[in-house]
Ligand binder design. Structure first.
Ligand SMILES: NC(=O)C1=CN([C@@H]2O[C@H](COP(=O)(O)OP(=O)(O)OC[C@H]3O[C@@H](n4cnc5c(N)ncnc54)[C@H](O)[C@@H]3O)[C@@H](O)[C@H]2O)C=CC1
Ligand SMILES: O=C(O)C(=O)COP(=O)(O)O
Length: 634
């Protein structure tokens, strides 16, 4: 087992902003002052005093006295506070209840907060009642909080130091806390190490003094090689989200304890190489190119989420060889693209866009010339995948006749008809809409020759990928009148952010609707993607399941039960499985489940084993020559 016990070590843990996410007194103020006119002002004043006290800028005694006076709290408010605090236990403490019960004889809560609200919270989590040291309130006859027990050392300046001296713990003392008074225990020489706890708040003055900065309790347990709920603390893992993915994604990753960075735009190759060095989870949309060079410079990268449908921007083969699984959202924005295509084809068939532009310039051009209904017209779709299929259903409902051309044989829905050749589709259609994927070989599939084959006065739509169409040829076909109108949402080169200018030969041409790659940019689609992709990524990170991956052998795994899970990704050459199982046999390991899936390039083997294994065995598995990536789950 990868854990050890620190038999002679005592853990002194702070309560406010460490054991719980919040400061108890601040929250008590928010409760006791509810409904009062000056509530926000007083709560802010109390919070400010708490912060200054915690950062060591204000004498503790002074801060406490003044805050109690401002509180105007009653005994009854404490019940509400305790209920509130139950929901505010720091996530990493909630996750590691087992550590608390296992080490209950060595854990002490030392807080300058108040026993009345601390005790119920920490004892429910397994802390011993006689190991909780905190202040106590004084109450008036009517139950109002009038003050605190001034004889308690914790109410005095340097109180924690005095208390620890009294406790005189017979071993090493490790202090975990977020405040300056926690550091003072180390400064006094009474504690051997101070761990600045930053899961809830980071105080610069405190961090500077710490022996270690721990971003969570998992992190603390990991550093000290103690048993924990996460094999590797998520708070040590970085998630980099680009291209302004939905806020929900940020929330989902933060809730799991990851460090999350969200950037509004895409990054170019060099910028990404710089950023991705220590990133474990990368989230992108259609713009960020994840090239071989990027992947070669991302040693910690575990998984990539494409928060969109297309994955042509990612070198999927290299990602696979590097053991990086890739997931996307194959259906979340399908409908949004379809609705936009339908709207645009109607606008273009009627010349509405052009007429509207003229109106803005003061020109009144009422005429029916070149203005047609879509009903009864032939819609030719190139690419009959998820978008194509859905578009065909909506177009038929509008009375259109649907033709499609796809590289593979497809089951046509309703009355749609598959064309045997692209030429056939080009020659017959009144409206041509592209819905192919962005694979490299699709570059310029529509160029001069293809435009020449189209009917005169055709409407042309590209909402798929920019490089699929020869833009120069499209501009020429528009100028010559071969195409009566076009809608283009995607371009061979697109700005990385909204701050960059858009350049294209299509700018300024009449009856061309240009949109900034927004086919999938609806609130509905983005919210759905923001939920879907993180769940896929988290499922992979938390269970090893690759269901839905676009580049990895697909494995769906049962939840882990009283075992540890070893995830081994290796080059798929003969003999690796026998090496792995040889190591298990050598160490007499009890295997409770094993799953293997391979592709041409890699093998992905997942083994659930009983927890009593050795570090040497783990090292041997890592050291197998063909190992690409290895990780463990508890
Ligand atoms: N404008 C935007 O914001 C959005 C653009 N897209 C683009 O739309 C594409 C299609 O999306 P889905 O329909 O969900 O993908 P899909 O993978 O379900 O369908 C693509 C279809 O195109 C076919 N295909 C590929 N190359 C072809 C070719 N040269 N000729 C004929 N057929 C070909 C494939 O066989 C497949 O049936 C995505 O890959 C993405 O590039 C997707 C969402 C939003
Ligand atoms: O889903 C896709 O493939 C798209 O093209 C949409 O891309 P976006 O998320 O808008 O960058």
């Amino acid at each position: 087992m990868l854990t050890k016990t620190l038999e002679q070590t005592y853990f002194v843990i702070d309560f406010d902003s460490t054991f719980t996410k919040v400061e108890g007194l601040d929250e008590l103020a928010a409760i006791s002052l509810a409904g009062q006119k000056d509530r926000d002002e007083v709560v802010a004043k109390i919070k400010d005093m708490t912060d200054r006290g915690m950062a060591g800028e204000l004498s503790f005694e002074q801060a406490l006295q003044q805050r109690i006076e401002l509180l105007r709290a009653h005994r009854d408010h404490l019940e509400t506070l305790v209920e509130f605090l139950r929901g505010k236990i720091s996530d990493s403490f909630s996750r590691n209840k087992q550590f608390i019960s296992e080490y209950r004889d060595q854990i002490f809560i030392v807080s300058s907060g108040f026993r009345e609200f601390i005790l119920p919270i920490v004892t429910e989590m397994g802390v011993r009642e006689d190991h909780v040291f905190a202040n106590t309130f004084r109450f008036g006859e009517d139950g109002t909080i009038t003050g605190y027990d001034e004889t308690n050392v914790l109410s005095q300046n340097g109180g924690k130091v005095q208390l620890l001296r009294q406790l005189s713990l017979p071993g090493d003392v490790y202090v975990i806390g977020d405040g300056y008074t926690d550091y003072e225990l180390r400064e006094s020489g009474l504690a051997n190490k101070f761990f600045a706890f930053t899961e809830n708040i980071e105080r610069q003055r405190v961090i500077e003094k710490a022996d270690h900065i721990v971003t969570s309790l998992d992190d603390f347990l990991y550093i000290n090689k103690l048993s924990r709920s996460q094999s590797y603390p998520k708070s040590r893992l970085k998630v980099l989200l680009l291209e302004n993915v939905h806020a929900r994604a940020v929330e989902l990753f933060r809730r799991e304890g990851f460090q999350v960075e969200l950037l509004k735009g895409a990054l170019d190759e060099d910028e990404l190489i710089e950023k991705v060095k220590d990133v474990a989870i990368l989230g992108i949309r259609s713009k960020t190119m994840v090239t071989k060079r990027v992947l070669e410079n991302a040693p910690r990268l575990m998984v990539i989420g494409a928060f969109c449908i297309g994955t042509n921007q990612i070198d999927l083969a290299t990602a696979e060889e590097k053991g990086v699984a890739v997931f996307n959202a194959p259906y979340s924005n399908t409908r949004s693209v379809v609705e936009m295509a339908v709207g645009e084809m109607i606008l273009l068939m009627r010349g509405i866009y052009q007429k509207s532009v003229k109106m803005h310039e003061g020109e009144w051009d009422k005429s029916a010339k070149n203005s047609n209904e879509v009903r009864g017209k032939k819609l030719g779709m190139i690419g009959y995948g998820n978008i194509g299929i859905q578009l065909s259903v909506v177009a038929e409902a509008l009375g259109m006749e649907v033709l499609f051309y796809d590289l593979v044989e497809k089951l046509p829905l309703s009355n749609a008809r598959q064309c045997h050749t692209l030429e056939e589709l080009l020659q017959e259609s009144d409206v041509i809409s592209l819905h192919v994927d962005g694979r490299k070989s699709n570059a310029n599939i529509i160029g001069e020759k293809e435009f020449a084959l189209m009917k005169d006065g055709v409407v042309f739509l590209n909402l798929s990928r920019g490089h699929v169409v020869d833009v120069k040829a499209l501009a020429a076909a528009l100028k010559s009148g071969k195409i009566r109108g076009a809608a283009v949402d995607v371009f061979p080169s697109e700005p990385k952010t909204n701050d960059e200018a858009f350049e294209s030969e299509l700018r300024g041409l009449p009856n061309v609707i240009l949109t900034p790659h927004i086919g999938g940019s609806t609130e509905e689609a983005q919210a759905s993607i923001g939920e879907f992709v993180p769940n896929k990524l988290l499922n992979y990170v938390n269970t090893g399941s690759t269901f839905g991956s676009v580049n990895f052998p697909e494995v769906t795994l049962p939840p882990l039960h009283d075992a540890h899970r070893l995830l081994h990704i290796h080059a798929n050459v003969p003999g690796v499985m026998s090496k792995i199982n040889g190591i298990f046999a050598k160490y007499n390991v009890n295997i409770t489940g094993q799953y293997l899936k391979t592709s041409d390039k890699i093998g992905y083997v997942i083994t659930d084993i009983a927890k009593n294994y050795s570090n040497e065995m783990i090292q041997e598995l890592r050291d197998i020559e063909q190992t690409i990536k290895f990780r463990m789950l508890y």
